[in-house]
Design a binder for this molecule. Structure first.
Ligand SMILES: [Zn+2]
Length: 141
């Protein structure tokens, strides 16, 4: 269910995340989709519709994240918190591989998030390869 987000707040969020998905860092301008405003703490868990709890998300990351706040770390097999785009720095938890097509986790949070949001699914790595050839990826966010 969608919720009304004031236009000014939408602009602030878009600017803060440089029109990229806060999770997989895909640039909206490279896609044919409209990115969405994602409640980091879901509304079902009393997450508020405020700047600090909203991020820009590609539709895919938003769908896979859904109302989750944690996910299984595939290495430790323990539940780990998902990446929080406002409270944590992307570069503390993720790094691009050498050719810019895959996101490598640096932490348990990173591993859980990559796994839960399927941030390296094959369709995405294929299209990232094309974006790299065009000099449009990875974004310097
Ligand atoms: Zn994404």
């Amino acid at each position: 269910m969608s919720v009304y987000i004031p236009v000014e707040l939408q602009k602030l969020i878009r600017n803060h995340f440089a029109n990229c998905c806060a999770y997989c860092h895909t640039a909206e301008s490279l896609t044919v989709t409209t990115f969405e405003f994602e409640h980091i703490i879901p509304r079902s868990s009393a997450g508020e519709t405020i700047f600090e709890n909203l991020c820009l998300s590609c539709p895919s990351c938003n769908r896979y994240k859904a109302s989750r706040q944690t996910a299984l770390d595939p290495i430790t097999q323990q539940e780990a918190p998902l990446f929080h785009p406002h409270l944590q720095l992307w570069g503390d938890h993720f790094v691009w591989n050498e050719d810019g097509t895959e996101i490598i986790a640096l932490t348990s949070v990173g591993r859980a998030t990559i796994s839960a949001l399927k941030m390296n699914r094959s369709q995405l790595t294929r299209v990232r390869r094309m974006w790299v050839k065009l000099g449009e990826h990875p974004p310097d966010t």
